[in-house]
Write a protein that binds this ligand. Structure first.
Ligand code: PGA
Length: 314
């Protein structure tokens, strides 16, 4: 595919544009994808005779960059006050949706002290309306505290707590029906990757969401390989990109072309201030879900601002 056949957007606005030709190529065969990928790199290379006179945004979807900070079961009132203060004073690129997910017990504290620039997510929610469910937190309660999002299907819920695909799908459907956005996590374990089952596992987890939800309008998919979470062993940009392309392809085939284009597919697993820019350059990486590094305000801001590496210099 000649680099000149790519459609060049007039300027950077929001996220990305894609030519129908590139779209077709990305959603077809992987080896072909790699050739297309090389073409895109050529477009951005200053030595290329096909060099664009204007900025090229190397993105395959059409959604806004999205970065979530998953604080997990960390923090105290004091450490969270410090984190909020660091986030409030950070400079964040405008064209990014930014969300943090504090432990439930600190959501109220965070909501009342954090800038409105950053939305708040729950880390989990009950599968239906609240009631006699000891230890659970309902979607209604998250909304009452001002949450806009909830993380569902995180691997720690799947593999430590034992939540199953179907149950997670029901949770997503209920949260969406009440107006919360869902950060829908998927990802394979190391042994599944080594057995060549990465796509099978991710597609099965995606299908459980797809079977349960009436619409994908308010869903962000987080691809988080379990072997990369909290291990310091980040997926390479190519490894992540490969799965993101496959996820987008799955959505296109099984849901719709529009959903495949609009749905943000974010990467999670040992993302930090040092690796986020390289990962963000991949066309199908639409943002990040960050654990450990989201506990440090300045580093989280660096990750949010890695959106700038999407903007390939003209
Ligand atoms: P990590 O966690 O960034 O600490 O690897 C990511 C996540 O679990 O969402």
């Amino acid at each position: 595919m000649a680099a000149t056949s790519l459609t060049v957007p007039p300027s950077f606005s929001g996220l990305r544009r894609i030519s129908p030709k590139l779209d077709a190529a990305v959603s077809s065969h992987q080896s072909f994808f790699h050739r297309v990928n090389s073409s895109i790199r050529l477009v951005s290379s200053s030595s290329s005779s096909h060099r664009s006179p204007r900025g090229v945004v190397a993105m395959a979807g059409s959604g806004k960059f999205f970065v979530g900070g998953n604080w997990k079961c960390n923090g105290t009132k004091d450490s969270i006050a410090k984190l909020v203060s660091d986030l409030n004073s950070a400079t964040l690129e405008a064209d990014v949706d930014v969300v943090v997910s504090p432990p439930f017990v600190y959501i109220d504290q965070v909501k009342s002290s954090l800038t409105d620039r950053i939305d708040i997510s729950g880390q989990n929610s009950w599968v239906g309306k609240g009631g006699a469910f000891t230890g659970e937190i309902s979607v209604e309660q998250l909304k009452d505290l001002g949450c806009k999002w909830v993380i569902l299907g995180h691997s720690e819920r799947r593999h430590v707590i034992g939540e199953k695909d179907e149950f997670i799908g029901k949770k997503a459907a209920y949260a969406l029906s009440e107006g919360l956005g869902v950060i829908a996590c998927i990802g394979e374990k190391l042994e599944e990757r080594e057995a060549g089952k990465t796509f099978d596992v991710c597609f099965a987890q995606l299908k459980a969401f797809a079977d349960a939800v009436p619409s994908w309008d308010n869903i962000v998919v987080a691809y988080e390989p379990v072997w990369a979470i909290g291990t310091g062993k980040v997926a390479s940009p190519q490894q992540a990109q490969e799965v993101h392309v496959a996820v987008r392809g799955w959505l296109k085939k099984n849901v719709s072309e529009e959903v495949a284009s609009k749905t943000r597919i974010i990467y999670g697993g040992s993302v930090n201030g040092g690796n986020s820019a390289e990962l963000a350059k991949e066309e199908d990486i639409d943002g990040f879900l960050v654990g450990g590094a989201s506990l440090k305000g300045p580093e989280f801001a660096t990750i949010v601002n890695s959106v700038t590496s999407k903007k390939v210099a003209a």
